[in-house]
Design a protein. Structure first.
Length: 100
């Protein structure tokens, strides 16, 4: 008892070729597309970078708010005022020497 094999018909070859091409296209789009895996990884990395920048800016803002409050009319820090006058205006006391 011998079974004879018939070659696949052109229709079945075309069907499986189209199915393979569609599956390949969708797999490629899932990895490389606008909303694919690589784009998601890149977006998450950018999000982490922006969050770190935001945290740094919040820390800088808190520092500036603290210095502004310390120089306000209601609360005056004389040491900070002296430091600012020296840095911005270049003032020195009579008993100080400047070495450059």
């Amino acid at each position: 008892m011998r079974l004879s094999r018939t070659p696949p018909t052109l229709g079945s070859v075309a069907f499986f070729s189209v199915a393979f091409l569609l599956a390949s296209y969708f797999a490629f789009a899932a990895v490389q597309g606008n909303q694919g895996l690589f784009q998601r990884i890149e977006t998450e990395a950018e999000l982490r970078s922006l969050q770190a920048t935001r945290d740094q800016l919040q820390a800088d803002l808190a520092t500036l708010e603290n210095r502004t409050r310390r120089l306000s009319d209601g609360y005056l820090d004389l040491d900070l005022l002296d430091q600012q006058v020296r840095d911005v205006l270049g003032y020195l006391r009579a008993d100080e020497l400047v070495i450059r």
